[in-house]
Structure formats: structure tokens, C-alpha cells
Design a protein around this ligand. Sequence first.
Ligand code: HEM
Length: 226
Amino acid sequence: MRCFAMLISMLFLLNSSASDMFFPGTENPTCILNWFLLYVTKHPDLQAKIHRQLDDVIGNKRRLPEISDKPNLPYLEAFIAEVQRIVSETPLAVPHSTTRDTSLAGFFIPRDMTVFINLWAIHHDPDRWEDPSCFRPERFLDERGRFHSEGFIPFSLGKRSCPGKAFGSKAVFIYAARLLYRFKFECPPGEVLPGAEDSENGIVLDSKPFTICARERINANLLTTE
Ligand code: HEM
């Protein structure tokens, strides 16, 4: 009987760990890609810059972008970071709780208090970001055009920050690079695209539904697969 109870609680633990990883592991990257497609469509001039960089790096090598191309695609990386900054899709991270009385920056926080980290406010702090409501990927590039991520914390910080950071950022990058390499995204005539302020609320902010048009730039039949 004891063994049976242990088995049930182990299965319960395994099941909840899997769903704990599955929900944020799929929800966040999908949501970022949604916002990414919205912003590339809203900014055709900036989309053209990403296309130029992709063409310079991949050229006519008949292959899709790889994660190893990332250091050579700083504008795309900066564009994705700017989407994540302006949208701050996990605006209040996930709730945490204090395990004892503590204080932070002169504020007393009692034990068992629910604490939220306001990532949205950090990413829109006018003392840190010039014109924070303006979409400008260049803010993530240094004077030599290299990507930097100063002040940018989409995965939060500390012991309980996102454990999917490495996997999540690679997944978003590779999908974004491959989509843009293959397609040009356009706004269909008459379509009004939503803004960041039109997001649908939840722990993760998603965009309102929108319609865009994907025009093929590189024919899939011309690509070699490995
Ligand atoms: C790619 C985009 C992602 C972003 C922007 C993101 C962002 C975040 C943020 C802000 C938190 C809250 C951290 C805190 O409260 O301090 C979090 C927690 C978490 N994330 Fe992610 N995440 C992403 C992808 C993923 C992936 C791919 C996985 C799993 C494979 C994942 C698993 C988790 C889990 C399990 C937690 C809870 C951690 C805890 O409470 O200790 N995330 N994420």
C-alpha cells in the first residue's frame, strides 16, 4: 500500500514537472515569434535590413540559417531583443514568495509576502532607455555594430530566473532567422495591425490576432537538406 502511494506521488510529481516545463517552454517562444512577425511586418524598412544581413551571411549557399550564424547576424538578434523589450511578454515574471522577513533598497518585506518583479517597468525605464516606447533595434548594437544586451532581462535574474533561457533564446532565433530567410512578410491591403498596447493579458502577453501575407523569397526546392 505504501509503495502504491509512493508511486502515485512520484507520478504526480513527474506529471507536474513536465507540465511546469511544457507550458512556459512552448507558450513563451511562440508568443515572441508572434510579436516578432508583427513587428517585421510593421517595419518593412527594418525587415529589409534583416534580409540584407541574411543574404550577406548565407548568400546563395543553398542552406537555411543555423545557430552558428548568430554571431554574424547582430541586427536580427538586436531586432528580436527590441521586440522582447518593448513587449516584455512576461511583464511581471512569475510570482515569488519571501521565506523570511527581509528588506530591499530600504523597504521592509515581511515573511510569506507575494513578490512580483516588474520586468515591463525595467524595460521601459526612461532613465535607462532613451525614448522607451520607440521601437529601435539599434539600441542593442554598439558602435561597431555588435550585439549587446545591457539592461535587458527578459528571463529575469537570480536563482529562480528562467531555466529555459539558453534553449528558448536559441529556438526563437533559429525560427526567426529561417522564417525571414524564406519569406518577406507584408501587411495585406486594408489590414490594421495591432500595437504592443493591444496585447491579450495573461502571465504571458500575446498579441491580438492579426493577418499578414508571407511572400516566398527563397524557394524551398533550391535548399539542400542535411
Ligand atoms: C524564449 C522565451 C522565454 C522567456 C522570455 C522566458 C521568460 C521567463 C521568465 C521571465 C520567467 C520568470 C522568472 C522569475 O520569476 O524570476 C520564467 C520562468 C520559467 N520558465 Fe521561462 N522563458 C522562456 C522560455 C522558456 C522555456 C523554453 C522553458 C522550458 C523549456 C521555460 C521554463 C520556465 C520555467 C519552468 C519557469 C519557472 C522557474 C521557477 O519558478 O523557478 N521557459 N521564464
